[in-house]
Design a protein around this ligand. Structure first.
Ligand SMILES: C[S@@+](CC[C@H](N)C(=O)[O-])C[C@H]1O[C@@H](n2cnc3c(N)ncnc32)[C@H](O)[C@@H]1O
Length: 197
């Protein structure tokens, strides 16, 4: 699907059901924040959809940039003093700050390998020392991957770790999940990297 086709797809999806993806990424985020030492600072939420996770980050004290290319995203966002919403592809987002926490939940598979690598390079540069990059990412052991044309980023168990080889892994878990939009069954890796220096 082209980027415009994908944007239209999400626009229509959210028009019919803004909460289609439920709260599994929110549960993941809460778990991370529960086990880490900071609960405020600056956060970047990539592809948050309705923005439940962005709103939660603001609720606990973060100043948040939320980036999603769907015009129908951010329906759960109420705190516009602490959350700046950007309706734009992450590939085009101009990063102006250094972040304590970056959340990339169930969105990486929409970026080509090339774009994903470029985006990660920018994100890593703009993460503060001891800051976190938190992923929920489909692995190559997923129906979505098997059905795809293999040009988009799925974690094969090595690719993401290689990009983060100088970072500390502080959480790493595989789960099996039923897709909200089809009968696909997907493996999701929940992994958190901390920047060492
Ligand atoms: C599967 S949903 C995940 C929503 C939420 N993060 C969650 O975990 O439940 C993927 C989201 O990424 C957004 N998205 C896809 N490609 C994007 C891109 N290149 N830049 C910004 N947002 C993108 C879509 O609009 C959609 O809201």
């Amino acid at each position: 699907m082209s980027k415009i086709g994908l944007k239209d797809y999400y626009d229509n999806l959210y028009q019919d059901n803004p909460n289609i993806f439920g709260n599994s990424s929110l549960i993941f985020l809460k778990k991370i924040l529960h086990s880490c030492t900071f609960n405020d600072g600056r956060a970047l939420d990539i592809g948050p959809g309705n923005g439940l996770t962005s709103q939660y980050l603001a609720d606990v004290g973060f100043i948040v940039d939320a980036v999603d290319f769907s015009s129908n995203a951010f329906t759960a966002v109420t705190d516009f003093d602490h959350i700046k919403t950007h309706i734009i592809p992450i590939e085009d987002f101009k990063v102006k700050f250094k972040y304590d926490l970056i959340l990339f939940a169930l969105t990486a598979h929409h970026l080509t390998y090339n774009d994903f690598h470029k985006v990660i390079a920018v994100l890593q540069k703009n993460t503060k020392t001891s800051g976190l990059n938190c992923f929920r990412i489909f692995t190559s052991d997923s129906d979505f991957y098997r059905q795809s044309d293999k040009t988009f980023f799925y974690d094969d168990g090595d690719s993401l770790d290689l990009l983060y080889k100088d970072w500390q892994v502080i959480e790493d878990k595989l789960i099996l999940a039923q897709a909200s939009t089809s009968s696909a069954k997907n493996e999701i890796r929940e992994v958190v990297y901390r920047k060492k220096y």
